[in-house]
Each structure stands twice: as structure tokens, then as C-alpha cells.
Design a protein around this ligand. Sequence first.
Ligand SMILES: Cc1cc2nc3c(=O)[nH]c(=O)nc-3n(C[C@H](O)[C@H](O)[C@H](O)COP(=O)(O)OP(=O)(O)OC[C@H]3O[C@@H](n4cnc5c(N)ncnc54)[C@H](O)[C@@H]3O)c2cc1C
Length: 303
Amino acid sequence: MYELIIIGGGPAGMTAAVYAARKKLDALLLSKDVGGQVNWTLGIENYMGYQLIEGPELIKKFEEQVKQFPIDMKIGEDVSSLSRIKGGFEAKTDGAKTYQAKAAIIVTGKRPRPLNVPGEEKLRGRGVTYCATCDGPLFAGMKVAVIGGGNSALEAVDDMVKIAEHVYLVSLTQLTGDQILIDKVKGAGNLTIFLEHEVLEISGEKLVDGIKIRNLKTKREKELEVGGVLIEIGLIPNSDPVKGVVTLNRLGEIEVNCNNETDVPGLFAAGDVTSVPEKQIVVAAGEGAKAALQAHRYLQRLG
Ligand SMILES: Cc1cc2nc3c(=O)[nH]c(=O)nc-3n(C[C@H](O)[C@H](O)[C@H](O)COP(=O)(O)OP(=O)(O)OC[C@H]3O[C@@H](n4cnc5c(N)ncnc54)[C@H](O)[C@@H]3O)c2cc1C
């Protein structure tokens, strides 16, 4: 049995690992990947110490720092559940492996919210993307649809009108992003905005070739010929492994107090998966550090 299991390898998880190692805890880090959402970020201008750094480069530096310490890291592990057992917790992976520890930190972050329409799953990575920042350049010179009405969607539109032949912005509601962004994109000659429209399906055999949308008021349907669909409708917390074990808020985020404690003794959480506001790398890293220090205190009390 380990002393501590850290589930998640984004900024919160990697920082927690460094702090746990410096407290000489016998810790295991389990994660699907290294870096989490930071891998999808091109230019980061608000992580202290760097005026501008690309996401993958920052993650490389984080990983190098973690590897300075004797932390047991198992990457490529998808934790399906974490349950309470006598004397601690047991993490089960989708490959049916189990790992036990006296304490645990959940740092599983967030993932893009899917549209849940026909064609989406089949064409994921074949013209359907959830990261305009990462994949936008693949659609240069093409017609694309950006789905969403908030800041992420507007930022995607702002990037795409500069490189795509035409951009269709499809939003279920009126635009909810910042007025400054709305004003910035509105005048683009190659942009058509469909407000209060829903996406019914994404079509294409091997690659996306179009979408069908419907006006919520008139119910009139329309087909748009596009080679890319950039879905920017928000993120959802990866709290499924602890559903039913800890209290989640109405957004599905893990409720934590300012010591990163959940309502289960010995179970801590940090970063974007938690109720802590302001989802940023610097915040996730700071919270990850706090969670590891609190876990250390908890283990000291256990004796
Ligand atoms: C496009 C984009 C641009 C952004 N730009 C910026 C920016 O410029 N500046 C900034 O400060 N922030 C930015 N952010 C936000 C920032 O990336 C997040 O706040 C930060 O990554 C959160 O870190 P985290 O460790 O909590 O979670 P994540 O980064 O989401 O990492 C979660 C980790 O948990 C793992 N995981 C998830 N579920 C499981 C499971 N079941 N089993 C095992 N492992 C699991 C994942 O593989 C991943 O390694 C951006 C986000 C996006 C999406």
C-alpha cells in the first residue's frame, strides 16, 4: 500500500507530486497523460516566470522537475473508480489494475463538453475538434463551423476568420462572450452568424463534409457545407471516478475547502476538477501544492 495516490498528471497533479516527494511520501501518480489541458494551449502568457511559453514546452519543464524525484509515475492509466477500503483507498483502472494508498488526491481536471449529435463520435479527429487553438490551422482555406457562443467560441472565430475561407458561427443562444470579442469578430467579411440554432448532425463518410442546423424559433433546417467543426461549448469536470464517494456541486465539481479537503477524510482534490474558482494553470499548480502538503499532514496524524 502506497502512502499517497495522485490521480491526474496535469499542472495540479505534477505539482502535488513534487511536493509529496519533497515530504518523502511513498507516492504513486496515475494518469491518462502528462500535461492535461496544457497540451492544447499554444501560447501561455500568464504563468509566472515566463513572458510567453507554449503549453507542451511548459509541460516538458514540469515533467523534468517531477523526474528529479523518486516518484512512481504510471502514465496511460485511466482510473475508472476510487473507492474507500479499510485503511485508505483503492483506485481501479479500466484495465482492471488496482492500486491502494492511505490517502488520495484527485486532480483529474476537465474535458471538452461534447455536442452529443449523430456523426460527432465517428468524425472526431476527422474534422471534428474540441480545440480550436490546437487544430484550427488544419482548416486553413476551408469552410468551417464554430459551435458555441461564449468566449472560447468567439476566440476560435477570431482565429479562424483570418485563415479559413468562410466561418459559420452556430450558437444555441445569443452570444454570451465578452462584448469586446463580439465587436472584434462581428465585422469579418467571411463570417455568418446563426444565433438560436441547434446542430442536428455532423455529416461525412471518412471526413466531415457538412452539418445540419435548425432554427429554434422557426424550426427551419439548413445544411452547411464545411470541412471542419470546431466545438467550443465548455468543459466538464472529470469527477466520474469519485461520483458517489465525495460531494460534488451542481456542476459536477468536487467540493473542497480551503485546505483542499473533500468531505471524505484522507481524500483531497485540487485544480480544475474542484469547486475552486478561476481555472488557470497557476491556480491549479498552487492548489496541487496545497493538497499534497495537507495530505502529508493527514498522514502524519495517522502516524
Ligand atoms: C484551450 C485552452 C487554453 C488555455 N489557456 C490557458 C492559459 O493561457 N493560461 C492558463 O493559466 N490556463 C489556461 N487554460 C486552463 C488550464 O489549462 C487549466 O486550468 C489547467 O490545465 C488545469 O490543470 P489541472 O491539473 O487541474 O487539470 P488538467 O490540465 O485538465 O489535467 C488533468 C489530468 O488528469 C488526467 N485524467 C483525467 N481523468 C483521468 C482518469 N480518469 N484517470 C487518470 N487520469 C485522468 C488527464 O489525463 C490529465 O493529465 C487553458 C485551457 C484550455 C482548454
